[in-house]
Design a protein around this ligand. Structure first.
Ligand code: SF4
Length: 869
């Protein structure tokens, strides 16, 4: 039996066909009938079957580390909220929710806190992702409306990608764009990003602008369009206002601030001016900025001026990070919105109050994510309920968030996963269902609503979030308003609210065929495209040009912290790795927390490629492995945000990220923190493979990587090698008991000198193995991993193990689907494979999900450049 559902990762919202194996696992394939992906899938989606295991799951309610019944847990939460509201008022409580919640869960959370607890202190982690787009849309259109759809990228003649590494962050949309470019090579693609990302592989032009200078660039474009008379005069006159002020701000901007070659800027402006079908797709590189909203409006201004909006192949398009960020926006789970795309205007408040029959409706916006946790830290918020998100790892200045939660009277978390930094910091832990068990809907970036259907039974005592919330509501005396028996009832109420006294005054109105919620096919709410003929949602039905005056990032680099730290994602991990971290095949591509650094900056600091470095800011520090690359501009550094305290010593980079926010949207400036980076003085390096997880001693660096049947630990330290070896061996043997064998002076290449190996072999099976030495050897994991797959080591195998192993160094993983390494690809290229197709034929790499194709293309290009030289 197969089940049609939706991928739980990014905002593309791919449909999946899942075939459970009856043993708790499932085969996953792209749904050929889903309009978002038409059968396509990426490496993360394809590996979902490896993430379904129950290890690391939170299965029973806990209070202060003790398992309790649901009755006790729910009574404790309800009485905590009741007492605190009675003592301190409703603004002393808060919810922090997530784009991982389904719309139905989101709806219930929002209704409870805003309609019945009397505060709007509910914010979602989407605040970190696209709050600037929401605010930019509302300023320009009078509503949070995404005007276009995915097909526009394929129908455009020019696609401008701003602050978006589409190849890694929204891979299926990238595949669609790549296919469109193959079919129509005249389709021009421009990437605007300080980094030369994998997305640049299909770009005709890459503008590596100075971080934070996007407003200047789009102001320059606006002024240039006006100078060249590329103006949709009729559209502007009939449907917009504010052009004069926007043009004045644009004309005052100095393009030299972008630090770009003038010829490249001229080419971009020229292409944009000459191409009617132009889409500007933007993402976190625009949004995660203290000027994020202005960036959004600066680019929307260009589409309003040219009237390129709401027609096939044109328009501004915000691509969201999370699977249901849009669902959160729809129900109103951002603290500055109320519900169903209504805000806190008195008429809206009154309408929603009547619809909900709410006794105590919030009448003003609540706190946004960063200020909400600041208020927890100051003790003003005394009860916070976190659902399906990990703020201790994902918010900026993250260590302060941990401290705030640890000191909070009622820190409550609803979570599917036990092993998370936030779960560790919360006293009350409520077990929630995970993706495979949850029932409801999600909305993707093109306003497409899809069903997420369960295909595994609920494990342990875990329950879906809407049930948990409704039970607390019932205990607080609001049972009648929270009396649903299934998700269909919640969806129908949400749908009814969207239509309630709407009469075309609000963009958000869903009208899905009422016959069967269960069988609901994916569909898009609203018009196919908005605004081709005006009809904006400001009271005068006109769009607004916004005068955007360029502002530099809030904190400028200084003498002591001269580098600009940018943060983001890698191809095969998702958020804080609680799900993707369970997959062996996803672990191979980028196994460690890294910081990318330009070789010139590294040389100045004596940092070699692969060195362990401390990244230090005024707020905190991370310890990461340096990766030297000219894909980042000199003076800049890039670190992925996925690693947490669960899988690394200090890989959680958000500890170092500044908490400055955009003054309008409240979105944090995650893309720009002044830092200094210095190499640590390490005396030794090592690799440990162990069947059972370790409690490591205090060492400067460690990271844990999921391996086949084991965990791999990459370790390094500042203490003398002999001392470290002793402490590590004790740690290995504590959790992996058995006879301990040692071998010194290893013979394998790279392990000479003081390298030594220790292993636990019990009943002929390798339980754990550890190699430590004074020099670093990246290939140890590849050499030792084959021994963990052997049930019983023979004499020859044991001898080979004690020599340090002799399997080939793979040089890192490239293709997650088929386990093809970098070295495999390089060998294929050396043997004459000169195209993606040829490499696919020779190795199979890139022939399934296609997520590795951008990197293979870069290897091919590098080879061509070397040959030409
Ligand atoms: Fe999931 Fe990948 Fe599709 Fe995103 S692109 S929804 S991660 S399969």
């Amino acid at each position: 039996m197969t089940v049609r559902t939706t991928c739980p990762y990014c905002g593309v919202g791919c449909g999946l066909v899942v075939t459970p194996d009856g043993k708790g696992g499932a085969a996953i394939a792209g749904d050929p009938e889903h309009p978002a992906n038409r059968g396509r899938i990426c490496s993360k989606g394809a590996a979902l079957g490896e993430t379904l295991g129950l290890e690391d799951r939170l299965l029973y309610p806990e209070i202060d580390g003790q398992r309790v019944s649901w009755e006790t847990a729910l009574d404790t939460v309800a009485s905590g909220f009741r007492e605190i509201i009675a003592r301190h008022g409703p603004d002393a409580v808060a919810f922090y929710v997530s784009g991982q919640l389904l719309t139905e869960d989101y709806y219930v959370a929002n209704k409870l806190i805003k309609g019945f607890l009397g505060t709007a202190n509910i914010d979602t982690n989407s605040r970190l992702c696209m709050a600037s787009s929401v605010a930019g849309h509302k300023r320009a259109f009078g509503s949070d409306t995404v005007p276009g759809c995915y097909e526009d990228f394929e129908q455009a003649d020019l696609v401008v990608l701003v602050g978006s590494n589409l190849a890694w962050c929204h891979p299926v949309l990238f595949q669609r764009l790549e296919a469109a470019k193959r079919a129509r090579p005249d389709l021009k693609i421009v990437v605007i990003d300080p980094r030369r990302t994998e997305t640049c592989g299909i770009a005709d032009l890459h503008l590596a602008l100075k971080p934070g200078s996007d407003v200047t660039l789009f102001n320059g474009l606006l002024a240039s369009l006006q100078r060249r008379s590329v103006v949709a005069t009729d559209f502007v006159e009939r449907h917009t206002s504010g052009l004069e002020a926007a043009l004045a701000a644009a004309q005052a901007s100095d393009l030299a601030d972008c630090d770009l070659p003038a010829a490249d800027v001229a080419t971009f402006f020229d292409w944009f001016a000459r191409t009617e079908r132009a889409v500007t797709l933007y993402s976190q590189g625009v949004n995660q900025s203290s000027a994020g909203v202005d960036k959004v409006n600066a680019l929307i201004n260009c589409h309003l001026l040219t009237g390129r909006i709401g027609r096939p192949g044109m328009g501004p398009f915000s691509i969201t990070g999370q699977p249901n960020a849009m669902g959160g926006r729809e129900v109103g789970a951002l603290s500055n919105t109320l519900a169903a795309h209504m805000d806190f205007a008195p008429a809206d408040v009154d309408r929603v109050r009547r619809f909900w029959n709410a006794p105590r409706i919030a009448t003003k916006p609540g706190l946004k994510a960063v200020e909400l946790f600041d208020a927890v830290g100051r003790g003003e918020i005394k009860a916070v309920w976190i659902m399906a998100t990990n703020p201790v790892a994902s918010l900026p200045n993250a260590d302060a968030v941990r401290a705030a939660l640890q000191n909070c009277e009622y820190a409550i978390v609803s979570e599917a996963i036990r092993a998370s930094d936030t779960v560790d910091a919360c006293r009350i832990r409520l077990p929630a269902l995970a993706w495979a068990e949850k029932d409801g809907t999600v909305t993707n970036s093109e306003r497409g609503i899809s069903r997420q259907r369960p295909f595994l039974p609920a494990p342990g005592a875990a329950r879906q979030d809407w049930w948990i919330l409704s039970e607390v509501a019932r205990r607080l005396g609001h049972g009648d308003a929270f009396a649903w028996t299934d998700v269909a009832g919640i969806f129908r109420e949400h749908e009814a609210l969207s239509a309630f006294e709407n009469n075309g005054t609000r963009d958000f109105e869903i009208a899905i065929d009422g016959s069967s919620y269960d069988a609901m096919a994916p569909s898009t709410w609203g018009q196919e495209r908005f605004f081709a003929d005006g009809g904006f949602f400001h009271a005068d039905r006109r769009a607004r040009f916004v005068a955007t005056v360029p502002r530099a990032p809030a904190h400028a680099p200084s003498l002591s912290r001269p580098l600009r730290l940018n943060t983001g994602r890698v191809r095969d991990q998702w958020h804080t790795m609680t799900r993707t971290g369970k997959s062996v095949r996803l672990a191979g591509h980028r196994p460690e927390p890294t910081v990318e650094l330009h070789p010139r900056d590294a040389k100045r600091r004596g940092i070699a490629d692969g060195a362990i470095v401390a990244v230090e800011s005024a707020w905190g520090r991370g310890v990461l492995r340096a990766h030297l690359s000219d894909a980042v501009r000199p003076g800049e550094a890039f670190a992925p945000m996925h690693w947490t305290a669960q899988v690394s010593r200090a890989g959680a980079i958000n500890a170092a990220v500044n908490p400055v926010v955009d003054p309008v949207s409240g979105q944090p400036e995650l893309k720009h923190t002044p830092v200094e980076i210095r190499a640590l003085d390490l005396k030794w390096h090592g690799t440990i493979l162990a069947r059972r997880a370790l409690m490591l001693p205090q060492i400067a660096y460690w990271t844990r990587v999921k391996g086949a049947g084991c965990y791999a630990y990459l370790v390094a330290g500042e203490q003398p090698l002999a001392q470290a070896r002793k402490a590590l061996a004790a740690s290995v043997r504590t959790s992996n008991p058995g006879p301990w064998l040692e071998s010194e002076g290893l013979e394998s290449e790279g392990l000479e000198g003081e390298a030594g190996l220790g292993a636990v072999i019990a009943d002929g099976r390798l339980e754990a193995v550890m190699v430590t030495g004074t020099s670093r050897d990246d290939a140890v994991r590849d050499r030792l991993a084959p021994f963990m797959a052997i049930d019983r080591l023979g004499v020859a195998e044991r001898t080979a193990l004690l020599r340090g192993g002799d399997a080939e160094d793979r040089g890192g993983e490239m293709c997650a689907c088929f386990g093809i390494s970098c070295h495999d690809i390089e060998s294929a290229i050396a043997e004459g494979a000169a195209s993606l197709d040829a490499i696919g034929e020779m190795t199979r790499a890139g022939t399934n999900c296609g997520s590795c194709r951008p990197e293979i293309r870069l290897l091919l290009r590098a080879r061509r450049v070397r040959k030409a030289a």
